[in-house]
Design a protein around this ligand. Structure first.
Ligand code: ATP
Ligand code: MG
Length: 263
């Protein structure tokens, strides 16, 4: 049975998509069967996995509106197959913004993705969902079907404030819609150890969250190769496997494999 994880943080540009595609590629590299779901109308995770969002015949939009199954809408990227880091991709594009409006009047509107993913649970070890930078109905669909949330965050002062909102939302979803949901961990990303403030915030996170088992050991460094990779339609793990960023994401994939064994 697949373990389902949302990569979520309502703050924009914190590294959600970079985490999603590189974790997907890292898990595939260590032999896991992975489905990556792009739940953001920006379609960045789709493009960053080598799929042109404008060419999608079916997408997560069709799945949410129940006009296609997950199996029908999934695609694979040839470039990822060549690199032997292939994962299945349920893509997204601008059309998805409409789903938010169209779903409002529908029944079970926050559980549509959950029902859809139930049909493929045996086909994967991991399902990773890239959430948009909001606490919207789309994000809610992700949170309703997940076993846990991975929260990428930069070690900056305001990151700690935003975290409180996300923790509250997760508590509410846990209480009302999904008893399984929990924070699997905070992932420190774009980390630059030369910056004193980043070190301080990292220590603060350590003090507050490590004892609760909610802080990942792996730290993702700021690394330009990770930022360059999307323009080649590749996760950094595939684009430059020897880079520090890629190595950190493969280590993170291994940490996730170990973590899942204890769930
Ligand atoms: P959004 O909220 O818009 O969906 P996001 O949270 O998904 O954004 P990303 O798109 O993953 O964030 O990252 C934001 C920018 O930071 C991108 O340009 C990305 O390439 C860059 N970036 C992410 N992680 C790193 C890193 N470890 N080192 C250097 N650059 C990074
Ligand atoms: Mg994103």
């Amino acid at each position: 049975m697949a373990k389902i994880f949302c990569i979520a943080n309502q703050k924009g540009g914190v590294g959600k998509t970079t985490t999603t595609v590189n974790l997907a590629a890292g898990l595939a590299k260590v032999g896991q069967r992975v489905l990556m779901v792009d739940l953001d109308p920006q379609g960045n995770a789709t493009m960053g996995s080598g799929i042109d969002k404008r060419q999608l015949e079916l997408s997560v939009y069709d799945v949410l509106l129940e006009s296609a199954s997950v199996k029908e809408a999934c695609v694979q990227s040839g470039k990822l197959q060549e690199a032997q880091c292939a994962y299945d991709i349920l893509g997204a594009n601008r059309e998805l913004a409409g789903a938010e409006v169209e779903m409002v009047s529908l029944e079970r509107r926050e559980k549509r993705l959950k029902s859809a993913l139930a049909t493929v649970a045996d086909d994967y070890d991991f399902v990773l969902i890239d959430c948009p930078p909001s606490l919207s109905l789309l994000t809610l669909n992700g949170l309703c079907c997940a076993h846990g949330v991975i929260v990428p965050m930069q070690c900056e002062y305001f990151a700690l404030e935003g975290l409180a909102d996300l923790v509250n939302t997760i508590k509410q979803v846990h209480a009302n819609l999904n008893r399984e949901l929990k924070i699997i961990g905070l992932l420190r990303v774009m980390f630059d150890p030369r910056i004193t403030l980043q070190q301080q915030v990292s220590q603060e996170l350590d003090a507050r969250y490590r004892a609760k088992g909610q802080l990942f050991d792996t730290v993702i460094p700021r690394n330009v190769r990770l930022a360059e990779a999307p323009s080649y339609g590749l996760p950094g793990v595939v684009f430059d496997p020897s880079s520090k960023g890629a190595q950190a994401f493969v280590a993170f994939a291994q940490e996730m494999v170990e973590r899942v064994k204890k769930m």
